[in-house]
Write a protein that binds this ligand. Structure first.
Ligand code: 13P
Length: 249
């Protein structure tokens, strides 16, 4: 099966930089080894959509409002994302949980609103370094998953991808080990089995993210139970990210 390679640009790249990036990426991506989803800032989505039209590259947003429409100054709705070519949205990234104080309850509502409006979700979960050192990884991941996915129907889960992004590994150069990733992949699938079904637990796509780079991605994305990766910093370097997307095994 092809790996799923997802780019999260975070708050990087203006429209000119995005234009140069997408022009190059679209012309050199071979689509043979990986399915690719790129999540630029909202403001670059229309341009990215224009450049990726007719290609195999899919687009996503990095956040979405939990509300559908109305007096929510500065917010962007799921419908607006879809209308400019976004098919996915990253929800529950630790930067949103921690820097913007997003709760599991809010994340749950964002997922429901997105699914209702036809957006697929990439739900991020992950423990802090303190939790890891206290041996609480499993407990933290279970709580996040159960609260974030609460009330979803099993068929809705087909439009959800889960990314394990340990907070201590994000942007630190300190990636998780294959053993860490396999341990958590097993926990995630167990929680899905207990709350949904065996089929859902088998079929759900799991990503690893956190300091992935050109040297470590093959090993980490080959971890048992892992279907792909969520890339931050390295995804901004078009040549490096092309190399990863074109050669991942
Ligand atoms: P880095 O790859 O820069 O560690 O970021 C990972 C991430 O947060 C992707 O969502």
């Amino acid at each position: 099966m092809k790996k799923l390679i997802v780019a999260n640009f975070k708050m990087n790249q203006n429209i000119e930089e995005a234009k140069a990036y997408f022009t190059k990426f679209v012309s050199l991506f071979n689509g043979e080894r990986a399915d690719v989803i790129i999540c630029p800032p909202y403001i670059s989505l229309p341009l990215a959509s224009f450049f990726t039209r007719g290609s195999k590259i899919k687009l996503g947003a990095q956040n979405v409002s939990d509300e559908e429409q109305g007096a929510f100054t500065g917010e962007i709705s799921a419908d607006m994302i879809k209308a400019v070519g976004g098919e996915y949205v990253i929800i529950g990234h630790s930067e949103r949980r921690n820097k913007f104080k997003e709760s599991d309850k809010l994340i749950n509502k964002k997922i429901k609103t997105s699914l209702k409006n036809g957006l697929k979700c990439i739900l991020c979960v992950g423990e802090s370094g303190l939790d890891k050192n206290a041996g609480k990884t499993g407990e933290v991941i279970r709580k996040q998953l159960e609260e974030d996915l609460k009330g979803l129907y099993e068929n809705e889960l087909e439009s959800v991808i889960i990314a394990y992004e340990p907070i201590w590994a994000i942007g630190t150069g300190n990636n998780a080990t294959v053993k860490d990733v396999e341990f958590v992949a097993k926990i995630i699938r167990k929680v899905i089995l207990e709350n949904f079904s065996e089929k859902a637990s088998r079929d759900i796509q799991l990503l690893y993210g956190g300091s992935l780079n050109e040297k470590n991605y093959q090993a980490l994305l080959s971890a048992t139970g892992i279907d792909g990766g969520l890339f931050g910093g390295v995804s901004l370097k078009v040549d490096a990210f092309l190399n990863i997307a074109n050669s991942v095994k």
